[in-house]
Design a binder for this molecule. Structure first.
Ligand SMILES: [Fe+2]
Length: 432
């Protein structure tokens, strides 16, 4: 805990919420989906499933579990990796006339986020942009709880099953934004490590790096007391910065990812590695559900939005794609090196979990950077943005796209100016 955590002045906000989602974890827990749906009073479920998983054991298991409880279900596969507003609206048009009293999502973060948005639009129909965070949208919250949503994650990554946010691309302005409200959090997540066994290595690596970044970014976000006191509790953001409770989950997740990510990527059927990666993803989600994430995620959004002519070899979608975890992991190496120089205390705590030493701030920052680059190299992930096709000519647009993510940048432990971002992108493009 930092001394600032207990600072209480007339100007600082000294309040945070402890949000622990309802998670059901364990091997073969997928069979419990029927029981959970019945418990939540669902009779007509809409299953939102990644198109790649429509013929899969996890989908069949969920269907069987629902049948066993005599619960009707319809299915939509109108899900895209990195969902776009237009696609979400199209999917909504296709389901809006159906009778639905509960949602079940099966897939990674994009699928779970799509289900959250469909649930929101179905429960309280209005213009999608009204719900999108300010300044891009109106930031209006739903007028009451949504239909129950059971999330069945199939990647150990985004932690979307634990969070109250959905991320989407706003196609008209080519910017990523989010919808965040506590009612968006799934009622329960059924987390079965066996559902990740068939994930290809690059998907495992990208999702696993996302977990690591969630954990490190939330642990190093500014303390929650750094925010100005709010007059109305309704105006307190969902993500408030690092809290003593969020920290517990974040630091434990760092340890599990550190120990198991290489094994999960190299040996897909290493059950122990899959188990702890899945558990790590879920608790990192709890950690950043308190604190939020900051600079690497903010930089990752324009990287994902601007990538041309590159995709990792395990992602066979037929279009250029820098998956979320890779888009955030490359800049993270450079961001953490710079932040370790200004927040020795926090990075030293993480370094201890990673078995790194650093007597001086400079040495700690260098060791941290080396660790991160070595991890990316071992996992077969590029270590510079040059390898994704970016050039120094892209820096201005990348910086502008990052500055649009003020909700994230405001959680950083430093003031993030245009100059700071320019330097970080210069480094991330060509390397150090
Ligand atoms: Fe993420």
């Amino acid at each position: 805990m930092r001394p600032t955590d207990v600072v209480n002045t007339p100007f600082n906000d000294g309040v945070f919420a402890i949000n622990v989602p309802s998670l059901k974890f364990g091997m073969e827990s997928t069979h419990d989906v029927g029981y959970e749906a019945k418990r939540l009073g669902i009779h007509h479920a809409l299953i939102v499933v990644d198109p790649h998983l429509e013929s899969s054991l996890v989908y069949d298991t969920v269907k069987e579990a629902l049948d066993k409880e005599s619960i009707d279900s319809a299915t939509t596969t109108m899900v895209r990796v990195e969902p776009e507003d237009t696609m979400v609206l199209e999917a909504f048009q296709a389901i809006r006339e159906k009778t639905i009293d509960g949602f079940i999502s099966i897939g990674g973060g994009s699928t779970i986020d799509t289900a959250k948005m469909l649930n929101l639009l179905y429960s309280y129909p209005r213009d999608l942009l009204d719900y999108v965070n300010k300044p891009i949208g109106q930031g209006i919250g739903p007028s009451g709880p949504l239909k129950p949503h059971i999330a069945v994650p199939t990647t150990a990554g985004t932690g979307s099953e634990s969070t109250s946010i959905a991320i989407l691309d706003i196609s008209a302005i080519k910017v990523k934004s989010g919808i965040s409200h506590r009612y968006l959090r799934p009622e329960v997540a059924v987390i079965d490590p066996l559902n990740t066994l068939s994930l290809p290595p690059m998907v495992t690596a990208s999702a696993g790096l996302d977990v690591l970044n969630h954990a490190i970014e939330s642990f190093t976000a500014h303390p929650y007391t750094a925010r100005i006191k709010v007059k109305d509790p309704a105006n307190r953001p969902v993500y408030v910065g690092a809290t003593p409770i969020g920290d517990i989950f974040a630091i434990q997740a760092v340890g599990w990812v550190h120990h198991f990510i290489r094994r999960a990527v190299a040996q897909p059927y290493d059950i122990e590695a899959r188990y702890y990666m899945m558990l790590g993803a879920s608790i990192a989600g709890i950690g950043f559900g308190h604190a939020g994430v900051h600079i690497p995620h903010a930089m990752g959004y324009p990287i994902a939005g601007m990538v041309r002519g590159w995709a990792p070899h395990d992602y066979k979608y037929g279009y250029a794609l820098s998956p979320h975890g890779i888009s955030t992991a490359i800049p993270a190496a450079y961001v953490f090196r710079n932040l370790a120089n200004v927040d020795f205390d926090r990075f030293e705590q993480i370094a201890r979990v990673l078995n790194l030493r650093g007597e001086s701030t400079r040495q700690l920052a260098d060791n941290f950077f080396e660790y991160y680059i070595d991890l990316l190299t071992t996992l077969g992930i590029p270590t510079t943005l040059k390898e994704l096709g970016f050039t120094p000519q892209d820096v201005d647009n990348l910086v502008a796209g990052t500055l649009a993510q003020q909700r994230l940048l405001s959680l950083a432990p430093i003031q993030v100016t245009e100059g700071v971002l320019k330097r970080l992108f210069d480094q991330a493009i060509v390397g150090l």
